[in-house]
Design a protein. Structure first.
Lengths: 244, 244, 244, 244
């Protein structure tokens, strides 16, 4: 039998601590709710937060993480560059990475994308409807043709990312915008999934469809034991009749 | 526990019957060797051939097939259009399809691609080396950076296909050509994988790396239970203030 | 100086003939309005319609067409297969093709895509807003971040096409749907652009932004004098030490 | 009439200064040969080098550059980060960038890709053959099905880049490797083209096919006057009945 996927759910964990209303929604942090959902899907889950030593992401934790989930918002700048560099190296070596909502603007996502990852936003609690545009994609498993989030922060195009390698979900917003909300990227040996929903002021991570997409995303992003690329100076594999 | 993937290996099965030398290589047909490899990977495997009634692809067989493997060469024209149409509909509904070697020119592959799928070829038994260019892709699982086929029919670019949605393998040939040898395509709810190796005059389907890629391809192409798209006239989901 | 691009605007031209209200909008057919816009951009433009001999698409016309624009709706089935086959061959040989609105369901578009190209639709004259999601793409030249069509037929996802090679526009509809409205595909040596707007009951083809996208699309899809692929049996370019 | 494209050819310009043999090949630097070829194609061309103030890339130069060509090798580390950041911002704002040969490992290319951009290499002067796999692409204009470089440094896969948005050329090397040699990427409003050939010890930039690809690349990468994306907090375009 295959081993359960080892997931680390990383959360900035500031809103829930500082804001009473948000704490009522997520008493133990958004990471706790996400972790619980993943455990329910049979995964082996830990959590880590910004204010822990090394942001909770020691070498030991990273080296035993198959898929890292990232939530950040107000404290992107406090994430230390050496930690970002280690996560980056791990992704290129094969670790999956799932960036949620405002993690679009995290250091790690921007470093992996090569663009600003900027976007439009609005916070009036409008309705969002997420349409599946890639019905055979593993991340769409168990979904209907669309699902709704009754009250959401709006994110609107242009979302300044490279063209996604696979585009799974497009959001419609009541106020007139669209957004590429479920985007897959390949980087090195790793897989990166950006998933839009999840503002801290709404109970979005309790919603079944949202949990389902995150679970599917983890399965899609889990490492596969492919070749370990080797770089540098190589002898010819074939006899060569060259001038060298 | 999840159910084993149900695979049907379809083979034209003419070379092995008519040509003594090929029959010695594949006494029960290439499909038998491929089927055996897939069974060894825990899959639930049947075979079907051109000269069976309905080419062995009755509604019942197709409706209980998760992934169909296709090998054809000299008798593409004998495959009846209604069978091709049924396979096509099944792929769009989610069935995986793996087209091997000369199946690049099968009716079903050309219909799904929308191009001629033509290419260059040469049969002098030269060496082929397949390089992995997408190391994190599930189809590259278990492979090294490259593998070799000691004697192969050459296929050369231009391979007249649409740009693959995912390109996993590129072949190098001793005589001076390259070829996109492992190509993934999404069509409707289905996944299509084209894999180049496999000429009937060489023991290529006994080779472990080749079997490994086919097994990986089946796992990648297996259907996922995503949304069932509905088409046609739809009422608005949202109140609309229109002139209608 | 380079030669003007030679465009043929093909229109089914049935609605405008049979329906008084539509004729008032487009007295000489939608093709006449589109042709006029393209001429204003310096292009060399002809038109052709279904009821002309060979649908107006003789060998001579096709062989001197750089980009073909296609509009069809109620009479897809009347387009003769040999004409479709000739257009198909021309696209693969390098001719550009722009399919407008209900041409998503034309024989030629479906043949080039390899999928059903089906979708959802609704005709209540709701508002459409088209967002640019690929701002550096030549087809977005001269556009703002979005443009609106005040009254449009809705087309909704799932749009059953292969993942576009380049996705330029996504539509938002008042009633709650989204749609991939500007999609680029490469097929053989040719380029195909699907552009959604254009229902016959609205003056959409008079709208400046819509004309601009069609002009840009023609420029993007115009043939380039690249290699003429050759297929079939080829001698090795390199000395080969094979067993052959 | 449209204005000529304004190109700046940037060269590290160290090999040609320090090494007598290389200076004989490129007495005024590789940039001079490339600039001459681009001028012959009607472009408005300047050059800039590492040892000039601000590496020759002042705000004024960058702001009046449509396409920047980059060649670097031994001195990537000497390129100052503020200059890299300015080039990066200009690319995202629409300036084209063409990275040649060992510029795969330049700071600017790696920053835009989000990966290491590492590869295999070997310097024995073997033969390279570049095959066109995207015959309708503007960068393939004027080429045959392949062209050869008689003596080249080998670059081999894995080339650690994101999957290219468009793959135009694949190299075959005599010694047994393949390489994705002509790769297009979209970043922000800008276009990036990586083109492999060009080692300093061979007269590769005098070769007509190589010059042709660079000229085509410049035309493909030239900015288009698309939308200027705006980011941040936006009012709804549509009336919203939300809880806000």
């Amino acid at each position: 039998m295959s081993q359960p996927i080892r997931v680390t759910v990383w959360n900035e964990y500031r809103h829930e601590v500082k804001n009473e209303k948000i704490r009522q929604l997520y008493p133990h942090g958004m990471h706790a709710v996400i972790a619980e959902a993943l455990r329910g899907a049979g995964m082996d889950v830990r959590t880590a937060t910004l204010d822990q030593p090394e942001h909770g992401l020691s070498d030991d934790v990273l080296n035993t993480t198959d898929v890292l989930i990232w939530w950040g918002h107000v404290a992107h700048g406090e994430v230390k560059d050496p930690v970002v560099d280690k996560v980056y190296a791990r992704v290129l070596a094969g670790m999956g990475l799932i960036c949620l909502h405002s993690a679009h603007y995290s250091k790690i996502f921007r470093k992996l994308m090569g663009t600003t990852c900027n976007l439009k936003w609005r916070e009036i609690g409008e309705r969002e409807r997420l349409w599946v545009v890639h019905p055979g994609h593993p991340i769409a498993e168990g979904l209907g043709e669309y699902f709704e989030i009754p009250h959401a922060e709006m994110y609107g195009e242009l979302f300044d990312i490279p063209p996604p390698d696979e585009l799974v979900l497009i959001s419609w917003f009541q106020g007139g915008e669209v957004f590429r909300s479920g985007c897959c990227f390949y980087r090195g040996c790793g897989k990166v999934f950006y998933f839009r929903p999840g503002h801290e002021t709404y109970p979005i991570y309790y919603q079944k469809e949202v949990q389902r997409v995150i679970i599917n995303g983890v399965r899609w992003a889990a490492p596969t034991a492919g070749p370990k690329p080797q770089f540098g100076n190589k002898q010819p594999l074939e006899k060569v009749d060259a001038h060298g």
